[in-house]
Write a protein that binds this ligand. Structure first.
Ligand code: ZN
Length: 247
């Protein structure tokens, strides 16, 4: 670990106090659960209000060339509702329905997330890490960039004045981070919920889960990852992020 003028920006930070409200933004149905499902399940159990925003319609989430995209989008929306209920009873879901694979970083998409932040007033905003090196999927890169730019715009009263009073979240947690500086402590119950939420996305079993590991292995794989990352940061089980807390 190196220190410099800016401090040790990649050292583990103290555990965040449980937020009252969290806004989690993913490019596709299931991204948020993969990246932060255990953390969200934990905070939800402890009383945090959570809102999930999914930017695209998920219409291309299949390797079957004959699958109808419109039908798939409907299925995935229903699966997302089921996954949200696993994460917590009161978890809300909003889908912005941009075409899967064609999400762009634009004033329009930033304004949509500014509106979500100002409306829901989260203390913590969660999304993809837009600075993760060698990330291939453009929707993931764009979603992360839209989110961090929207946090900046939402906190400033002169940006997007038509979208209501400004709101400044305390922190941003970026999942699948390029550099980990925050590992949220989680437990076995949180992992069970994360896996159950992921398995609620039944249409994705082949593309994102079964192919890498059998359905029954998803739990073992998730647990072993949480254990490995936790151990590295002095916890029994953990979920990794890059925390930005100077918002
Ligand atoms: Zn995705």
């Amino acid at each position: 670990m190196t220190s410099n003028y800016y401090g040790d920006i990649f050292a583990q930070r103290p555990q965040l106090p449980r937020p009252e409200r969290v806004l989690a933004i993913g490019a596709h149905f299931d991204d948020v659960e993969f990246g932060s499902g255990a953390t969200l399940a934990r905070w939800s159990r402890q009383g945090t209000r959570i809102k999930l925003v999914v930017m695209t319609d998920g219409s291309k989430g299949t390797w079957d060339p004959s699958q109808d995209g419109h039908a798939l989008a409907q299925i995935r929306r229903t699966e997302q509702e089921a996954a949200a209920r696993v994460i917590g009873e009161e978890v809300e879901v909003t889908a912005l329905n941009w075409i899967d694979g064609e999400l762009t970083h634009s004033q329009r998409t930033i304004a949509q997330i500014v509106s979500e932040i100002r409306g829901f007033k989260p203390e913590v905003v969660i999304s993809h890490d837009p600075w993760k090196r060698y990330r291939l999927h453009p929707d993931h890169r764009h979603c992360g960039q839209i989110t961090v730019d929207a946090v900046v715009a939402a906190r400033d009263p002169h940006f997007y004045r038509e979208l209501g009073p400004h709101h400044r979240p305390n922190s941003i947690l970026l999942f699948e981070p390029d550099q980990v500086n925050y590992v949220q402590e989680i437990d076995a119950t949180d992992i069970n919920k994360k896996v159950e939420a992921l398995l609620s996305h039944r249409s994705q079993h082949q593309t994102s889960m079964e192919d890498r590991s059998g359905e029954s292995d998803l739990h073992a794989m998730t647990y072993s990852f949480a254990s490995r990352i936790g151990e590295e940061f002095g916890l029994k089980l953990g979920e990794p992020f890059h925390l930005i807390d100077d918002v």
